[in-house]
Design a protein around this ligand. Structure first.
Ligand SMILES: NC(=O)c1ccc[n+]([C@@H]2O[C@H](COP(=O)([O-])OP(=O)(O)OC[C@H]3O[C@@H](n4cnc5c(N)ncnc54)[C@H](O)[C@@H]3O)[C@@H](O)[C@H]2O)c1
Length: 283
């Protein structure tokens, strides 16, 4: 999509951080933007602030981990703007903790917001984008943790899922004139480390115990908080996403910090192939 002016975008998790950065960049490029989020007050405030710059934006509240609410948000978007061209599946939560702290509720919350909402977003908005024949673009926010896995396993599972979904979908949607990108950010200065503020009540009991205040886990959490607090400006990420949409980038990265770790993973996979190279599989 070379020309974003007068196109319509729907952005989830748009009340804060990366989503707000993306909504801002798209609106500044002349797109009409429907901001969607679970956090009503932050959403209204974001729209008030954006409207001060004379852009055409509106908002709809939805818990994207509920398909019916996402469907209703899509209906609100077409009622407000008619056509939709760009879908940004961005809402996300850190969710479940490391091995030993897992609960079904925390897994379901993480899977619901980070992965199933992306599946449903595509299911619901794909046909709306196809319908007008003007083409479009789908961007989904994974993470660098969608390419290298560490201890936040549930989070990483969902982010690997978003990468897999985007890679496959790119092939399916190209002949239909719809581009697909996956955003894999490093550390970005957002409110992601306080995602618990948006835990829907149906996932009550997700965390058996309060997080530790001392020990290695507490130290690791503190380090991540510090990296996020000192992270990249989400407005800059929004501008990269706009560039990614305009140029149909398959992967949108924010920086090169973790590139050596991705290379190490590729090397480990290659080693796996080398271990059995030259053998004839028994059939
Ligand atoms: N900040 C980082 O360092 C970083 C790095 C890699 C990936 N990400 C990803 O970026 C995306 C955006 O997160 P962020 O860092 O801007 O954090 P953020 O907390 O600032 O923003 C996330 C937004 O999603 C919304 N949200 C949460 N649950 C929701 C739900 N059920 N329905 C609708 N909206 C919901 C929140 O209200 C919030 O406005 C996430 O997918 C996250 O996993 C962030």
């Amino acid at each position: 999509m070379k020309e974003l002016a007068e196109k319509t975008a729907f952005v989830t998790g748009a009340a804060s951080g990366i989503g707000l950065g993306i909504a801002t960049a798209l609106a500044q490029a002349g797109a009409k933007v429907m901001l969607c989020d679970i956090e009503e007050a932050a959403l209204s405030e974001a729209v008030v602030q954006l409207k001060r710059t004379n852009v055409d934006v509106d908002s709809v509240r939805a818990d994207v981990s509920l398909k019916t609410e996402l469907q209703a948000a899509a209906e609100a978007t077409t009622a407000r703007y008619g056509k939709v061209h760009i879908l940004v599946n961005n809402a996300g939560v850190v969710g479940s903790g490391p091995y030993g702290t897992w609960t079904d509720a925390a897994w379901n919350w993480t899977l619901g917001v980070n992965l199933m909402a992306v599946v449903w977003g595509i299911e619901i908005f794909g046909p709306l984008i196809e319908r007008h024949g003007e083409g479009g673009h789908v961007v989904s926010t994974a993470s660098i943790a969608g390419l290298i896995s560490g201890s936040s396993i549930a989070y990483n599972v969902t982010k690997y899922g978003v990468v897999a979904l985007s890679e496959g979908l790119r092939l399916d949607l190209a002949p239909r004139g719809i581009g697909v990108s996956v955003l894999c950010p490093g550390f970005i200065r957002t409110q992601i480390t306080s995602s618990g503020r948006n835990l829907p009540s149906r996932f009550a009991g997700a965390f058996r115990e309060p997080p530790p205040t001392t020990g290695p886990l507490a130290e690791a959490r503190a380090r991540i908080r510090e990296r996020v607090a000192q992270g990249i400006d989400p407005t800059y990420v929004g501008e990269l996403v706009r560039e990614g949409i305009e140029n149909d980038w398959p992967y949108i990265f924010t920086d090169n910090e973790f590139e050596p770790f991705v290379e190490m993973r590729f090397a480990a996979i290659k080693q796996g192939f080398n271990n059995i190279r030259g053998r004839t599989p028994k059939r």
